[in-house]
Ligand binder design. Structure first.
Ligand code: PLP
Length: 400
């Protein structure tokens, strides 16, 4: 089927809740994807960091096929031989005590919200119905009703009222605002280490150290949403390592399956997850054998194939190269590992037109928050491929 025919079907039958670039992809391998006409592109979005391991990683694919032929789903009514190993391996790699598997990222966020509220009532003894969770403006934690209730993005919230109460919003990166917002009823501070959808916003140095101290002092759970920053994206297994802190709850998803399957998890360093008793929370597909097997291999290749270190080295190379580009459109280039944002001046007319220009140069990326070009290739990218991308980025940013 040709691109035009496929696009026409989408237009005729599909809901219009996305506005993708009009490229129709049919195959992927590593950092490369091909459209139905056979044209090759470098993927610099990585499905919002869900394919950190590269498209169709052969070892994850092998696990997917082998496990699908053995056992895919039993529900949590029965045990199976992949779950215990999944728990052990993800806890070892992320230095956590306990894990709870779900499917999408948003479900991991919802699970964490339930856990910290329950912890607040059962352990911290917050009066019934009074638990407060502090969040940051410009956040992105997913699209469920509760999660969009504490979004600061009008398009995500408006029209979906009534919203879920119990959230207090403060500016991101402002430790004093956090100090001022905490009350005896505060159960958690939910925050991204680096705001991804918000435009690759890196908080000031020391912010998370102070946040950690404030949370300790006031018995508030620090919940880090590492669904995008985690699993090697920033050059560490978890972005919290850059800050020298440990969260109480860490949320991972996206790359946890290397893009093969929706798998997410809540990781807990303290006893918060201990508040869940049998029947308190669940998911039919969460922690199923196929998900566990795929996630185990997805984690294994990240570590064994040196993808996390590669992310640090290649990210530095890319960031360096981008900083040398002389373009009147660039306001700032920032990033950590292979999570990089190029913020453009408002006069540049939005980042979307540069994504379209880059697509013509065989590089796919996506604007975020109108003026930021996000560059986040799979973590298997090599030095000469970084240089290939830099050439195209330079010409798109200087000639358009
Ligand atoms: C993508 C993302 C989510 C939501 O994940 P879904 O799998 O799309 O539900 C939550 N938090 C962050 C930081 C994300 O980047």
């Amino acid at each position: 089927m040709k691109s035009q025919d496929s696009l026409a079907l989408e237009d005729q039958f599909g809901a219009k809740n996305y506005k993708p670039l009009d490229v129709v992809l049919t195959r992927g391998e590593g950092i490369w994807v091909w459209d139905v006409e056979g044209r090759r592109y470098m993927d610099c979005l990585s499905a919002y960091s869900a394919v950190n391991q590269g498209h169709c990683h052969p070892k994850i694919l092998k696990t997917l096929i082998e496990q699908s032929q053995k056992l895919t789903l039993v529900s949590r009514a029965f045990c199976h031989d992949q779950l215990g190993l999944f728990y052990k391996e993800i806890c070892e790699i992320t230095r956590s005590h306990t894990a709870l598997p779900m499917n999408s990222g948003a479900e991991a966020v919802e699970t964490a919200i339930k856990a910290v509220r329950k912890w607040g009532y059962c352990v911290k003894k917050v009066p019934p119905g009074q638990a407060e969770i502090i969040v940051c403006s410009n956040n992105f934690h997913g699209r469920t009703l509760t999660i969009i209730s504490f979004s600061s993005e009008p398009q995500y919230r408006e029209g979906y009222e009534p919203h879920t109460p119990g959230f207090k919003m403060i500016p991101f990166g402002d430790a004093e605002a956090l100090r001022a917002a905490i009350t005896p009823n505060t159960v958690a501070f939910l925050v991204e280490p680096i705001q991804g959808e918000g435009g690759v916003i890196i908080p000031p140095a020391g912010y998370f150290k102070t946040a950690r101290e404030l949370c300790n002092k006031h018995n508030v759970m620090l919940v880090l949403d590492e669904i995008q920053t985690g699993l090697g994206r920033t050059g560490k297994i978890l972005a919290e390592e850059h800050e020298g802190i440990e969260a109480d709850l860490t949320l991972v998803g996206k790359a946890l399956s290397g893009g093969f399957y929706p798998v997410s998890a809540v990781l807990s360093n303290r006893e918060v997850l201990g508040v869940f008793k049998p029947g308190d929370h669940g998911s039919t597909f969460g922690g199923n054998p196929l998900a566990c097997a795929v996630a185990r291999t997805a984690l294994k290749v990240l570590v064994e194939e040196g993808m996390i270190e590669n992310s640090a080295v290649m990210g530095a190379r890319l960031l360096d190269g981008l900083k040398q580009i002389k373009s009147p459109h660039i306001k700032e280039v920032r990033g950590r590992g292979l999570m990089i944002g190029i913020e453009l001046h408002p006069e540049a007319g939005g980042a979307r037109r540069f994504c379209e220009a880059l697509r013509e140069k065989d590089l796919l990326c996506k604007e975020t928050h109108k003026h930021v070009l996000r560059i986040a290739p799979p973590l298997v990218i090599k030095a000469h491929e970084i240089d290939w991308a830099l050439e195209r980025l330079e010409s798109a940013l200087t000639q358009n």
